[in-house]
Design a protein around this ligand. Structure first.
Ligand code: 4AD
Ligand code: MG
Length: 497
């Protein structure tokens, strides 16, 4: 039976798997000889050439000229294609290097030879050079180091710098590390909406979404059209967090996570706030309590960091050498030491009893300021610290109230140099208690009936967390400003491209 099906496909010789207009799946697909698992892309990346090709091999290199140094007989050029920190050093006969300047896009053919230099093992002896895209003399990225502020004004070009190149690869490794961790825990990746009708955190720092209401067909659709600024039948916002939608999923799928953009209209011009950032959020049902959530969160950070340390050694060494001398010890610390844990009440006592002079006096009932957070993690704990059980009044309505009725079962993870990296909590799963919290927070139980319903129809103890993705990259790269950890930073007064 299988053989006859296969021969039918072969007779068609079209390479497609359509049979009577229906796509057939299963054994026929898996056995098809038309599948070619080797790379469909014809040329190799510089990463692959440096890793897999030997001295004496003929190779073809594509990339952009990062630097050129011209001598009488030969020119040295560093070619980069973004695939790895190291570019390839090309040795080009002078007459072929005419017109070659930083920024030029080239294809080089030649032979790999042993390099006499200390910087690299192999270099490319160029036989043939093809300029794919010449570069104008006004190219603004010259060999000297540029300030991050200058580069932010060149969002279309700054990814060509070594630092931004490395940041992008670190983001890539981190996403992969997180994905692998969650998949290993049977968590399902889901997608939560960007446009929502709720301000999850209740802080009111939302961007409102409006649409074009002028189209004549729109006016006909409703007898009493909403205000001209409203596209939907209800005010809508860009999401500040996918948590509430994630809870819907967790109450059906048990363990879920998402990696989504989040938007906050905070007017905070600081090195750790963006108006648009990426958040990794997880929501887990059937939790035994906050301790289990902390264990899970710690494992997530440590395993992901371990995988990045393994896959991105070159990039991390680059950050350690050029950006922040503490990067390698920071990573080592995460891998080798358990995270500290303390309650908010203990943290306030520690801050009060310290000899450190703070601008804001630490006081029970007040939020922890950035200076408190950084001191606790960097100085007092010398590593990441979970601070738990904050006063109820400081936190959103959805957090589970503790038996003392003054605090909630929640956590902030604070890390050296950055401060708050993660916010999370056990969620209030008791219907009556949640109803009370909604009314205490002046929120309408009718608006949140769907959220209450989740507690009415088979409620479950659950909890989760949100991690600021750029803050995590800031932590492991040691970069000064969060604005340089995302390709296109948005903050008050700044939205380029
Ligand atoms: O602490 P937050 O506000 O927690 C929540 O939004 C929860 N609903 C998450 C959850 O439990 N699913 O935000 C989570 C994290 C913060 O700890 C911080 O790292 C990051 O998001 N974050 C920001 N990152 C960059 N710029 C901003 N303006 C940020 N605001 C929060
Ligand atoms: Mg928070």
């Amino acid at each position: 039976m299988f053989q006859s099906t296969l021969s039918l496909y072969t007779k068609r010789r079209s390479g497609s798997f359509f049979k009577n207009g229906i796509i057939e799946t299963g054994r026929a697909l898996r056995n098809s000889s038309t599948f070619n698992l080797s790379s469909p892309l014809r040329d190799k990346t510089i990463k692959s050439i440096l890793l897999n090709k030997q001295v004496g091999n003929e190779v073809k290199v594509n990339g952009w000229v990062r630097t050129v140094r011209k001598q009488k007989q030969i020119a040295f050029a560093e070619i980069s294609d973004g695939s790895s920190l190291k570019g390839i050093q090309a040795i080009i006969p002078s007459e072929q290097a005419k017109g070659l300047i930083s920024g030029t896009c080239v294809q080089l053919k030649g032979v790999l030879v042993e390099s006499p230099g200390k910087e690299q093992e192999k270099e490319l002896q160029v036989d043939d050079i093809h300029i794919i895209g010449s570069c104008d003399e006004t190219y603004p990225l010259q060999k000297k180091r540029h300030t991050n502020e200058f580069l932010r004004e060149l969002p279309h070009l700054r990814t060509r710098t070594k630092t931004m190149n490395a940041v992008m690869r670190l983001r890539n490794s981190a996403i992969l590390g997180f994905q692998n961790f969650f998949q290993s825990q049977d968590c399902i990746q889901v997608h939560t909406p960007i446009i929502t009708s709720h301000d999850c955190e209740g802080g009111g720092e939302v961007f409102q979404v409006s649409g074009n209401r002028s189209h004549p067909d729109r006016a006909k659709q409703t007898s009493s059209p909403p205000a001209p600024s409203e596209f939907f039948d209800h005010p809508a916002y860009l999401t500040v967090s996918g948590q509430l939608h994630l809870e819907i999923m967790a109450c059906a799928m048990s363990r879920v996570y998402t990696i989504n953009p989040a938007f906050r209209a905070e007017e905070s011009l600081t090195s750790r706030h963006l108006s648009e950032f990426w958040m990794l959020e997880a929501e887990i049902s059937f939790l035994d309590g906050l301790d289990e959530l902390l264990d899970f969160t710690e494992s997530c950070i440590r395993q992901t960091t371990k995988s990045i340390a393994e896959s991105s050694q070159d990039d991390l060494n680059f950050f350690n050498q050029w950006i922040n001398k503490g990067v390698n010890s920071r990573i080592e610390n995460v891998l080798s030491k358990d995270f500290s844990r303390m309650t908010y009440t203990e943290a306030i006592e520690i801050l009060k009893n310290s000899s450190q002079v703070f601008q804001f006096e630490p006081k029970w009932g007040n939020g922890l300021q950035s200076e408190h957070e950084k001191w606790l993690a960097s100085e007092y704990c010398d590593g990441p610290v979970f601070v738990t059980d904050y006063p109820k009044e400081l936190k959103p309505f959805y957090m589970r109230v503790n038996p003392d009725e003054k605090t909630v079962s929640c956590v902030d993870l604070l890390v050296p140099g950055v401060g708050e990296l993660i916010g999370g909590s056990m969620r209030e799963e008791r219907y009556d208690q949640l109803y009370k919290q909604l009314t205490d927070c002046n929120l309408s139980p009718e608006e949140y009936q769907w959220y209450l319903d989740l507690r009415k129809y088979g409620t479950v103890p659950h909890g989760g967390f949100g991690l600021g993705f750029e803050r995590y990259i800031q932590y492991i790269s040691g970069m000064e400003s969060i604005r340089d950890l995302i390709p296109h930073p948005r903050y008050v007064g700044h939205c380029r491209l």
